[in-house]
Design a protein around this ligand. Structure first.
Ligand code: NDP
Length: 324
């Protein structure tokens, strides 16, 4: 199948997701105005899927960027696929809608295309009742994931969001949602770390069997933000085998890293705030990796997580202790 920047996958609820999305996370020292500018450039060059999250603190800027491209006539709201994420301090059922409404307000939209449970771990801020307080250390909470999911279903019924999904869930946690008595809507996707070093093939096979799409983050080897990533881990885009394959196709390592994931039928998120790289990364649609080179790239899988979220290791729902 020929993939283009217009290609969308059909989700299990009938909605359509563009197969390439713009990632928008940047470390706190990066001026937020850069995120707004990047979104405008991305829309100008053809990105239609934009991934964001409450916890990254930039929904307002991303929203400004999108709305300015709607007001200047470049796109209509319905052309854009915007993903938001419910942060883990909003998991108690009475807080879920508040969390979504907060994102809607910040991004300046009357509906989101997709809303994800960001992690399968419920948290509460220590010593404060305000779940939006990002500066307070978090403590573990034990909200039932199925209760959060039911409250999300009510938000979809209220028209505040078109599709519902999860992120960083393992098979057991997905099964719990899927087996929930009275389940009304299945998650449409599971957004997880996935790249040449972390193929996620077992999780993907399971998700596929349930008609759930896998969406990949950190495809380029992550933001390498020192607060989240162990900087002694290898730089993915410098992998010698990846670079050799890229040279063979006369493409950048980034294009090959993204294309590999797309050819595995996984939706790709890639972050760039650079105008040149935003354009260059669209080159992913101008070539195809042959089956032999796909095999070579697949052999690089070493189950390496750039973002193991170690802070949550003791949480009973920490997702990465299971095999997948
Ligand atoms: P990526 O793997 O997308 O890598 C981003 C880095 O790659 C940036 O430093 C960027 O720099 C650089 N880059 C982009 N294009 C190129 C290129 N052509 N050549 C060389 N370097 C390049 O990182 P993320 O970890 O940010 O993942 C992508 C998105 O996924 C996030 O932004 C976020 O939206 C989402 N995400 C979701 C998570 C979740 O828990 N659900 C967790 C982590 C991420 P520059 O900007 O300078 O181009």
């Amino acid at each position: 199948m020929t993939l283009t920047k217009e290609t969308r996958v059909t989700l299990n609820d009938g909605n359509m997701m563009p197969i390439l999305g713009l990632g928008t996370y940047a470390s706190p020292d990066v001026p937020k105005s850069l995120a707004e500018e990047a979104v405008k450039i991305a829309i100008d060059v053809g990105y239609r899927h934009i991934d964001c999250a409450f916890i990254t603190g930039n929904e307002m800027h991303i929203g400004n960027g999108i709305r300015s491209k709607i007001s200047d006539g470049t796109v209509k709201r319905e052309d854009i696929f915007y993903t938001g994420k419910l942060w883990c301090t909003y998991f108690s059922p009475e807080m879920v809608r508040k969390g979504l409404e907060r994102s809607l307000r910040d991004v300046g939209m009357d509906y989101l295309d997709l809303f994800l449970m960001h992690w399968p771990v419920s948290l509460k801020p220590s010593g404060a009742s305000d779940p939006s307080d990002k500066d307070k250390p978090f403590i573990y909470d034990n909200v039932d994931l199925c209760a959060t999911w039911e409250a999300l279903e009510a938000c979809k019924d209220a028209g505040l969001v078109r599709s519902l999904g999860v992120s960083n869930f393992n098979r057991r946690q997905l099964e719990r949602i899927l087996n929930k008595p009275g389940l009304k809507y299945k998650p449409v996707c599971n957004q997880v770390e996935c790249h040449i070093y972390l193929g996620q093939s077992k999780l993907q096979a399971y998700c596929k069997s349930k008609d759930i799409i896998l969406v990949a983050y950190s495809v380029l080897g992550s933001h390498r933000d020192k607060d989240w990533v162990d900087l002694s881990l290898p730089v993915l885009l410098e992998d010698p085998v990846l670079c050799k394959v890229a040279a063979k196709y006369n493409r950048t390592p980034a294009e090959v890293a993204m294309r590999f994931v797309l050819q595995n039928e996984i939706v790709v998120l890639a972050k760039s705030f650079s105008a040149a790289r935003l354009k260059q990364n669209l080159g992913v649609f101008d070539f195809e990796i042959n089956p032999e080179d796909m095999k070579i790239l697949k052999s690089l899988d070493k189950n390496l997580h750039y973002g193991p979220f170690k802070e949550m290791k003791e949480h009973p729902e920490y997702p990465f202790d299971d095999e997948y």
